[in-house]
Write a protein that binds this ligand. Structure first.
Ligand code: SR1
Ligand code: MG
Length: 418
């Protein structure tokens, strides 16, 4: 406990006064009188401060009683800090080193103090800047496989998995945001929706597309009812920080038990958004190699995911759904391999559908992405988004024909991403 007073949002002046008596923070940062505090939050929901002292630095993240991107007209409970803390302390150890270390947590203040990742930047900014990150695909693919596998009934003792599923079932408010903003709003009229000028007719066509509405209904049901593993729940390029040598995952406040393909699909959908945004940011000579690299990341994330999931299947399948007695222990390795293939096919199919829905909502809904928003020419932005909408529809409706991300790469190139 850092602060015994009633909840109050921090600011740069009050933070050292209110956190400066915490011995562990002072030991880590140095005396509070010398702290330099900067508010850097540019996300949709919370306050985020970088606190720099003579001995070290930290990040303090505090929930607000409303959605920051909308204001006090959208009240929210403070519970998201509780779920983020519980997710950090579970997902973090499942892929050690991938999430920030937690230094302190104060439930009453809805506050988490954690490792300051430096010199990292948010992955979206790397995509706008044209930065190539050779390790990105492998780290993300393995992170997704390790967290998915180790949080599931393939691996965990079932009593612990069920207790965790019950705990995260309480994250109703943030799941509700995803249920509305991802699976419903883009396919209907909503005051929250916003489209790039020039795309109004495309958005109307999507609202009238019966096949897409059936597809989102099925995906929403899968999101809401298929409790396979503990997910990050909002896993996009704004939830990843990178440096030349490191890849980190932040912000798991939307964590819940859901389908394994959800985080994977959300991430690769954001990769394709970054791909289609590139004509707005690169010169002609830069465009081809950078877009090729983004497509290679999408392919590499899936390859690394499948390899790591297969490795864990063979080495850590100790949970209630592991079923070694039916397979390996009965001398039937072949059926075990077939079951692994079934799991991977199901995850891939889910991921493609979720990728399409994520792409739609980032162009038709409330929360858009920097890669597209930063394109200053509205005509260029609309053209980039129109191509991305075409892929999103294919991912939701044509996914049974897309067996590998290379199939998607070919489609991206064929619709003139450059
Ligand atoms: C009101 S919250 C809007 C979006 O921001 C978060 O980062 C999630 O992506 C959510 O859907
Ligand atoms: Mg977030």
């Amino acid at each position: 406990m850092l602060d015994k007073t009633a909840y109050a949002p921090l600011d740069t002046g009050s933070l050292p006064r209110r956190l400066g008596e915490d011995a562990t923070l002072v030991a880590r940062l140095g005396p509070a009188a010398a702290w330099k505090v900067t508010e850097v939050g540019d996300g949709n929901l919370n306050l985020v401060f970088i606190v720099e002292g003579p001995e070290g630095s930290a990040v303090a993240k505090q929930a607000l009683p409303y959605a920051r991107c909308v204001g006090e007209s959208w009240p929210m409970s403070l519970d998201r800090a509780f779920y983020e803390h519980n997710a950090l302390t579970r997902l973090g150890p499942r892929d050690p080193g991938r999430m920030p270390d937690v230094y302190a947590y104060d439930e009453r203040q809805a506050l988490i103090v954690m490792e300051h990742l430096s010199p990292h930047e948010i992955l979206r900014k790397s995509f706008v800047g044209g930065r190539v990150l050779p390790e990105l695909a492998g780290h993300i693919g393995r992170y997704l496989a390790r967290t998915a596998f180790r949080g599931s009934d393939l691996s965990m003792p079932t009593a612990r998995r069920k207790a965790d599923a019950a705990l995260f079932a309480g994250n109703v408010e943030l799941c509700g945001i995803t249920e509305d903003l991802v699976f419903t709003d883009p396919y209907t009229t909503s005051d929250r929706n916003r489209v790039t000028p020039g795309l109004e007719a495309d958005a109307a066509a999507i609202r009238n597309d019966g096949e897409l509405k059936l597809a989102t209904a099925a995906l929403k049901a899968r999101f809401a009812t298929c409790a396979e593993t503990l997910l990050h729940g909002d896993f996009h390029a704004g939830s990843v920080m990178v440096s030349d040598t490191d890849v980190r995952v932040i912000d798991p406040e939307f964590a819940f038990y859901g389908p394994i393909g959800f985080d994977l699909g959300s991430f690769i959908g954001n990769l394709y958004l970054a791909f289609f945004a590139q004509p707005g940011h690169r010169t002609l000579s830069e465009l081809t190699p950078y877009q090729d690299w983004i497509l290679s990341v999408a392919e590499g994330v899936w390859t690394s995911f499948a390899e790591e999931f297969g490795h864990l299947w063979r080495t850590e399948r100790e949970g209630m759904l592991g079923l070694r007695d039916l397979f390996e222990n009965a001398g039937d390795e072949k059926a075990s391999d077939l079951l692994l293939d079934q799991w991977l096919s199901s995850v891939w199919r889910d991921a493609l559908g979720f990728a399409g829905a994520e792409m739609h909502r980032r162009m038709l809904g409330l929360a858009h992405v920097e890669e597209l928003e930063a394109i200053s020419d509205p005509g260029m932005r609309a053209e980039c988004e129109r191509r991305a909408l075409e892929l999103a529809r294919l991912l939701m409706l044509g996914r049974d024909a897309l067996k590998h991300p290379a199939d998607i790469s070919r489609f991206c190139l064929s619709i003139g991403g450059r």
